[in-house]
Design a binder for this molecule. Structure first.
Ligand SMILES: [Ca+2]
Ligand SMILES: [Ca+2]
Ligand SMILES: [Ca+2]
Length: 293
C-alpha cells in the first residue's frame, strides 16, 4: 500500500526535528484532546516529544502546528531518541505518558488532568526502568540479564494479571550471553579448529612452494638473479599453477569457514537487539536521581 504524506493546513509535511542529520522519529497515535479522532505524538532524536493535534476529522486530517509536550517540571525531554507511548499505567482511567530513550530508561508521566476526556496534564516523571549510564556500564559491564540501551517498547497486560507490562527491544553492544569468555567445551572446539587450520596452512604453503619451485626451473637461474620482468612473469605462472590445483580452493574455503567460526566463539558480534518482558514494573525512583553521566 503506498503511503500518503501527512501534511499540515498549509499542505506542508509534518516535520519532527531532532539533531541535524539524525531523524529517527517515533510516532504514536492517541486521542489527546478526547474529541474522538487520533492525534499524533512523536519522539525525536534530541529526546523531545511533539504533539500534532488533528483539528479536522477522522477521514480528513488537519493537523495543527507541532507543540512540545510538557509536564510539571517543564518540557518532556529525554536523553535522545525518545519514544512516547500513551497508556493508563496506573489504571485510574486517564491515559498516562511513558517515554523510552537512548540510555535505556523508561519513565512514566502520570496524567493528573481532572477528567479522562480533558487534554492530559502530566506530573513530573518517575523512573520505571533505570538508564544504563556510562557509569553503570563501567561498574556492571553490559549485563546479560537486563535490557541495555536504545529502547523501543510497547505496553500491554501480557500475562493477564491485571497489571500493565512492558515489552522492550534493546540495542546491545555485546551479543554474548556469557559473562566470561568461551566455555571449556568451546575452548576445546576452538583448539581443534585451530589445529585443523594449522594443517591446512601447511598444505596451502606446500602447494605454493611446489608451484614456485616447478616454475622457477624453467628460468634456469637462481631466483635472486631474475630480472624484474622475469620475477613478475614467475609470479604470474605460480598464481596460475595454484589456481589449477584442485585442492587449493577447497582448502582455502575450509580455512575461511574455520576462521569465521573461531571468530564467533571468541569475539561475538556487536550491536544486536534482544526482546525483554518486564512484568507490571513499579516506579523505582525519582527521575532526578538517575541522570545519565
Ligand atoms: Ca483528538
Ligand atoms: Ca492513568
Ligand atoms: Ca501484567
Amino acid at each position: 500500500m503506498p503511503g500518503k504524506l501527512i501534511t499540515d493546513k498549509d499542505d506542508q509535511p509534518l516535520n519532527v526535528e531532532g539533531h541535524p542529520g539524525k531523524k529517527r522519529s517515533t510516532p504514536f497515535a492517541a486521542d489527546w484532546d478526547g474529541d474522538g479522532d487520533s492525534d499524533i505524538l512523536c519522539g525525536d532524536s534530541s529526546g523531545s516529544v511533539w504533539l500534532f493535534v488533528n483539528a479536522g476529522t477522522k477521514q480528513n486530517f488537519a493537523f495543527s502546528e507541532r507543540q512540545q509536550v510538557s509536564c510539571a517540571g517543564g518540557p518532556v525531554k529525554r536523553y535522545g531518541f525518545s519514544q512516547p507511548v500513551m497508556a493508563d499505567w496506573d489504571q485510574d482511567g486517564k491515559s498516562d505518558l511513558l517515554v523510552a530513550d537512548y540510555w535505556g530508561s523508561i519513565v512514566w508521566y502520570r496524567n493528573e488532568a481532572a477528567t479522562s476526556s480533558a487534554s492530559p496534564s502530566f506530573a513530573k516523571p518517575v523512573v520505571l526502568i533505570e538508564p544504563y549510564t556510562d557509569e553503570r556500564e563501567k561498574k556492571e559491564g553490559v549485563k546479560a540479564d537486563c535490557p541495555f540501551r536504545n529502547f523501543r517498547f510497547t505496553v500491554a497486560d501480557c500475562d493477564g494479571d491485571g497489571l500493565l507490562d512492558l515489552v522492550i527491544a534493546d540495542e546491545r553492544k555485546n551479543a554474548s550471553r556469557r559473562s566470561s569468555g568461551p566455555t571449556e567445551a568451546e575452548h576445546a572446539k576452538i583448539d581443534s579448529m585451530k589445529k585443523r587450520n594449522d594443517v591446512i596452512a601447511k598444505e596451502l604453503k606446500a602447494i605454493r612452494d611446489r608451484a614456485w619451485k616447478n616454475n622457477l626451473k624453467d628460468f634456469k637461474k637462481d631466483e635472486f638473479d631474475l630480472t624484474e620482468k622475469e620475477m613478475a612473469d614467475l609470479k604470474e605462472r605460480v598464481l596460475a599453477a595454484i589456481r589449477k590445483d584442485d585442492r587449493y580452493r577447497p582448502l582455502q574455503r575450509e580455512s575461511d569457514r574455520l576462521n569465521e567460526r573461531i571468530g564467533i566463539l571468541t569475539d561475538p558480534p556487536y550491536n544486536v537487539s534482544w526482546l525483554w518482558f518486564a512484568r507490571g514494573v513499579r516506579p523505582v525512583k525519582d527521575d532526578a536521581d538517575t541522570k545519565p553521566k
